[in-house]
Design a protein around this ligand. Structure first.
Ligand SMILES: Cc1cc2nc3c(=O)[nH]c(=O)nc-3n(C[C@H](O)[C@H](O)[C@H](O)COP(=O)(O)O)c2cc1C
Length: 221
């Protein structure tokens, strides 16, 4: 999986063609979901040909979703890090999907009803991610300048690379409400609060780790 390319090319896509997810692509995505569930303890499911979650005026008329009939339903066991995990592992799956030719869009506003049925005991549905063959490839989001995210003056290259990679992360309503602090090789991520803020923090954490390289630093609480 070419992660750098997936990160550079991924943008939210809300309009999809009618091409179905099938064959090798379906098999590979299913395997990666199973692997992620095994590693994380989450219960991510791929829901296919189900138009209700992304139907209705808000999602279609206001946000512009079209033909969004497939999605990843991200749920997991209730805990104080469920939303962080949903963001972290969900973003891994978003980038995996991108690398096999699919497009995606995180959507907290998608209806959770159907995806909340038949969950394992104690699990909660957190968020949906539409997935499919885009009618377009989306557009790069506008970003705040790097200085808003961290003090990068004289910082080591790995840190700057991490921050730059985090700036490419999707965040709810593109609010980019995060900041990094560094003490030598220790890094603190200060993220937003609330459901959206905690999911964003998980997503941003995943991007920073990839950009900086896990071997170069440790996380501070
Ligand atoms: C946690 C989260 C929730 C989101 N919820 C919605 C949503 O309900 N509806 C929508 O149209 N976009 C939603 N988005 C997509 C963001 O608007 C989008 O990621 C952001 O504008 C940045 O654009 P990009 O993904 O193209 O980089 C969500 C994104 C995240 C990370």
């Amino acid at each position: 999986m070419d992660m750098d390319r997936a990160i550079a090319e991924r943008h939210s896509v809300r309009k999809y063609t009618s091409r179905r997810i099938e064959g090798d692509v379906l098999r590979d995505l299913g395997r990666e979901i199973d692997r992620v569930n095994g590693e994380s303890g989450l219960s991510v499911r791929l829901i296919l040909d189900e138009p209700r979650a992304f139907g209705g005026f808000a999602l279609k008329g206001v946000m512009g979703f079209e033909n969004a009939v497939n999605y990843l339903a991200i749920s997991g066991p209730e805990s104080d890090h469920l939303e962080l995990d949903a963001g972290y592992y969900g973003e891994h799956l978003v980038l995996f999907a991108q690398s096999i030719g699919l497009n995606t869009c995180w959507a907290l506003m998608a209806k959770k009803g159907i995806a909340s049925e038949n969950l394992p005991d104690g699990h909660r549905m957190v968020i949906s991610i539409s997935v499919g063959y885009g009618a377009n490839q989306g557009v790069p989001h506008k970003s705040k300048p790097i200085g808003q995210f961290a003090d990068v003056e004289g910082a080591p290259e790995w840190f700057v690379d991490g921050v730059r990679c985090a700036m490419l992360a999707p965040t709810g309503v593109n609010r980019q409400g995060f900041r990094f602090e560094r003490d030598g090789a220790r890094v603190r991520l200060i993220g937003g609060s609330g459901t959206l803020g905690r999911i964003d923090t998980g997503i941003v954490k995943y991007h920073f780790e990839h950009g900086a390289g896990r071997e170069n630093f440790t996380w501070m609480d």
